[in-house]
Design a protein around this ligand. Structure first.
Ligand SMILES: [Zn+2]
Length: 75
């Protein structure tokens, strides 16, 4: 799914029930596989019913918004 940065950021803001996103350059910590990443690296997938899914860029990580924490607790 191809997205401009502005549209991707807006999708994050609309879809993330846990955190606020100000920019796609924000860092998050994925609790599932213990890694850091940037918002812009998140994969945005659309399924056949048009539902949007957000996944870690990291191979095989099924992390989503519920797993992504603000990294200051881990530095
Ligand atoms: Zn992850």
């Amino acid at each position: 799914m191809l997205l401009t940065s502005g549209r991707k950021l807006r999708l994050f803001q609309d879809s993330d029930p846990y955190k606020q996103w100000c920019t796609l350059d924000e860092t998050r910590f994925c609790a599932r596989r213990k890694h850091l990443f940037l918002g812009r690296d998140v994969r945005v997938l659309e399924d056949e019913r048009g539902k949007i899914h957000f996944r870690c860029l990291t191979f095989c990580c099924e992390g989503g918004f519920a797993d992504w924490q603000c990294p200051q607790f881990h530095l």
